[in-house]
Unconditional design. Structure first.
Length: 323
């Protein structure tokens, strides 16, 4: 979000406008962060082009003008590094319900694109906007956001900076982390980082676990701590399990074959498929999405794992009271 106000052409300003322009320039600078007299003069000179240096008294007058307008600006003392700090200001945004709904629809659309970087930028924009809202708009926005984006994971809840995790992925670092699993609670996982992704409204870090011999996708918001990062090259190579399964439907041609799969047999209403599976969780998810159309043939170990998952789901749903 670009904070502040549009810069006018300084050569067309009269004396009153020059004063207003300087005050707005100082406000823009304060919105960016703490500043001192030298930075204020640099800002004025940059935007006005060859402007004379302002004295401390003149800067003080301009700052007092902002204070009279409702800005809370600290005085430069040793404890704040002799800088002016803008604590609060009255220049807030008021949005209509339709405008807020449009913002939230944009965030949902970005989630559907599975573009985690765009979602990250949008979340940061939202956090910046919240600081600029009038109280009524802020309350309504937060309530609407909670309802509309209830399946979305906000990046402000992350323990770790996503950009740093992305760097680990680019270098395939070995990350030793503490993860809070929904099923088994906190546990230590060692992962060879591969990529960041956005799926079903949640941010994930994906990689290979040598201990579990599978590719994993861990929700970033459930990372409790990162204990260590291996800076050396690793010879960890993902292994895969060759799984054979069948897809039965009156329109088998509509079935989506992935890169790691191959059709080994085709009948009128049935496909026999072999898949090199590195991530059983995602593989099972895919088969479950096709309901009873997919059946695992081999190996027996994977077939048993899948059957146990189905039995657990059946047990959970059998306890639900639909009355």
């Amino acid at each position: 979000m670009q904070k502040g106000f549009k810069k006018p052409k300084s050569n067309k300003l009269d004396n009153i406008s020059v004063t207003a322009f300087r005050i707005i320039s100082i406000l823009n600078l304060l919105l960016e962060g703490p500043c001192d007299d030298e930075q204020i003069n640099d800002k004025i000179n940059e935007e006005a082009g060859g402007a004379r240096k302002l004295s401390k008294d003149t800067i003080c007058i301009y700052l007092n003008t902002l204070r009279r307008l409702g800005c809370e600006i600290t005085r430069p003392v040793k404890s704040n590094g002799f800088k002016y700090i803008l604590k609060t200001h009255p220049f807030k945004l008021a949005l209509t319900k339709d405008e807020i709904d449009t913002l939230l629809e944009i965030r949902k659309y970005i989630s559907a694109l599975c573009d985690w970087e765009a979602a990250l930028r949008t979340d940061k924009l939202f956090n910046s906007l919240i600081d600029q809202f009038v109280p009524e708009t802020k309350d309504f926005f937060l309530a609407a956001k909670k309802t509309s984006l209830k399946r979305e994971i906000n990046s402000e809840n992350f323990f770790y900076e996503v950009k740093q995790l992305e760097n680990y992925c680019k270098q395939n670092k070995i990350i030793n982390l503490v993860y809070d699993s929904l099923e088994s609670g906190e546990k230590v996982i060692t992962l060879k980082a591969e990529k960041i992704s956005l799926e079903s409204g949640a941010f994930y870090i994906c990689g290979y676990s040598r201990e579990l011999e599978t590719t994993m996708s861990l929700r970033i918001d459930r990372i409790v701590n990162i204990k260590s990062v291996n800076i050396h090259e690793s010879d960890i190579k993902p292994s895969s399990t060759l799984v054979r399964y069948k897809f039965k439907s009156y329109r088998p041609a509509m079935y989506e074959i992935e890169e790691n799969e191959a059709i080994v047999e085709r009948n009128n209403d049935e496909l026999i498929i072999e898949a090199a599976v590195t991530n059983k969780f995602k593989f099972f998810q895919k088969l479950l999405s096709y309901s009873n159309k997919c059946t695992i043939i081999s190996p027996e170990k994977v077939k048993n794992e899948y059957e146990k998952k189905l039995e657990k789901m059946l047990l959970l749903y059998s306890d639900v009271d639909y009355a």
